[in-house]
Design a protein around this ligand. Structure first.
Ligand code: ZN
Length: 198
């Protein structure tokens, strides 16, 4: 999305949020606390919490796997900040990513950058890990890939059933982590060690 398009969209979102606030009988014209809320919320959605929909993917350079490394490595915890598609309230947690390298490799910090970009959109957790896995596969085509995501959903904590401690854990495994039971076990064993350090 181009700079001009994004600016126009920001104006439109602000206008619609103002309409929502008015429908909620919040007096944006006279309450100094909410006078600028519509513009603030529009900026927050477009440039922060949902930036993954409107801003381009962070640049990630990949390199040939010169040493033909084929041992598993894992990275985490990577902070997960997202929002649920159903209620637009936060999903907060952590994810762990494991790789058996293929022909190309990417820098360790790039996993955090890609995860932040993917999660900064409205999601349901079951699909978010799949979208992240697709992006990582496209970037470095690993022989094996696994992602574990553990998150708390504010639509469960703040409203609804109001369970403050409940979390959701899900995972995706691909390539050798799916076809080889020993590779899969090694991946989850490594993740477990990282998680216990939290
Ligand atoms: Zn929800």
């Amino acid at each position: 999305m181009g700079e001009g398009e994004l600016e126009a969209l920001e104006g439109e979102v602000a206008q619609q949020v103002r309409g929502l606030l008015k429908a909620l009988v919040i007096d944006v014209d006279n309450d100094h606390n909410t006078a600028e809320t519509a513009e603030r919320v529009a900026r927050m959605y477009l440039h922060e919490v949902f930036k993954g929909r409107y801003h381009p993917q962070p640049k990630v350079a990949s390199f040939p796997n010169v040493k033909e490394l084929d041992e598993i490595y894992t990275v985490g915890p990577i902070t997960v900040r997202s929002a649920c598609s159903h209620h637009l309230v936060p999903i907060l947690g952590h994810c762990w990513i494991g790789i058996q390298p293929g022909e190309r490799v990417i820098g360790l910090s790039k996993f955090s950058r890609i995860a932040d970009w993917v999660f900064s959109r409205p999601h349901i957790q079951e699909e978010a890990v799949i979208i992240l896995a697709d992006e990582i596969e496209a970037l470095c085509k690993p022989l094996g890939l696994g992602i574990v995501l553990k998150a708390q959903h504010y639509c469960m904590k703040w409203r609804g059933v109001k369970e403050p401690q409940a979390s959701m854990v899900n995972s995706v495994v691909r390539g050798s982590f799916r076809t080889s039971a020993s590779m899969k076990k090694e991946f989850f064993d490594l993740i477990r060690q990282q998680e216990s350090l939290l």
